[in-house]
Design a protein. Structure first.
Length: 265
């Protein structure tokens, strides 16, 4: 089984969590079987334990960029601003200096403004990082998700990542571009489903304790096999380990062309 890649949004092996065992033969839905099969290729872990505000900042940095670019930006931010209370430090940060610090993540002016505004808002309501962490880890997922979505610049995927990686909440399946593409291509969600509809479909079909793992493993699968422009199945059934569980919506293996699943309806 491969090690979890350090650049993954989960924070790698030190990102918290506990081992979990998945058995494809006992899966009750096709989506669960897909997640279980990914377990034989990648890692099997349930998540949680990261500091909530740092996780929020890390996920904001990852928006519209790769982990390869956003991870160094996160490391630079923590080196300059990390301390006893990240919320207070970033609420008082000078925007141009923060932008310079995270410039490798792309959209750094916009992201620096979002991070400072989020820190200011969270400090006003929760006082410090510790209180915000307690809120994320103990309040109901619905309450936490709703409050996070009220913060400017925080969308559903960012809120769900905080719930998963900081709160350790079961039943949370964040949907990024990889998950959105793969779930519709495989036929695990409607071809025209938006990100929220894909999330709802996966969370309904995958047991709560497997959702976090499914999210991270599906991202890795999307990078290695089910890419946007040339999925592995175009090289033949044997090239993709999930070929037998995939509807290949939008993929024409004869003409070797690929379309967005929504364009096939």
């Amino acid at each position: 089984m491969a090690d979890e890649p350090a650049e993954n949004i989960s924070g790698g092996a030190s990102g918290g969590g506990r081992p979990a065992v998945f058995e494809p033969a006992t899966a009750e839905t096709r989506a669960e079987r897909v997640v279980d099969q990914l377990g034989s290729r990648y890692w099997q872990k349930a998540y949680g334990g990261r500091a909530a505000f740092e996780c929020l900042v890390r996920t904001i940095l990852s928006q519209n960029t790769s982990d390869k670019a956003s991870q160094p930006a996160h490391d630079a931010l923590m080196e300059r601003y990390g301390g006893s209370d990240l919320v207070a430090t970033l609420a008082e940060a000078e925007q141009s200096m923060l932008a310079e610090t995270i410039s490798g993540a792309g959209l750094y002016n916009q992201k620096s403004e979002v991070i400072i505004a989020a820190a200011t808002e969270i400090r006003a309501e929760f006082d410090d990082s510790e209180a915000f962490d307690e809120f994320v880890k103990t309040e109901s997922p619905e309450t936490v998700r709703g409050r996070l979505l009220e913060i400017h610049g925080v969308g559903p995927k960012t809120a769900d990542c905080v719930l998963l990686f900081a709160g350790g909440r079961g039943g949370v399946f964040p949907v990024d571009t990889h998950v959105h593409r793969i779930a519709r291509r495989m036929g695990l969600a409607d071809p025209e489903a938006d990100h929220e509809a894909v999330r709802e479909a996966l969370e309904a079909a995958v047991p709560p304790e497997k959702c976090g793992f499914g999210h991270t493993a599906m991202i890795q699968f999307g990078r290695e096999y089910c890419t946007a422009r040339k999925p592995a199945c175009l090289d033949g059934p044997e090239a993709c380990p999930l070929y037998g569980d995939c509807d290949r919506v939008g993929v024409d293996e004869i003409t070797e062309t690929v379309a967005d699943p929504a364009d096939t309806v």
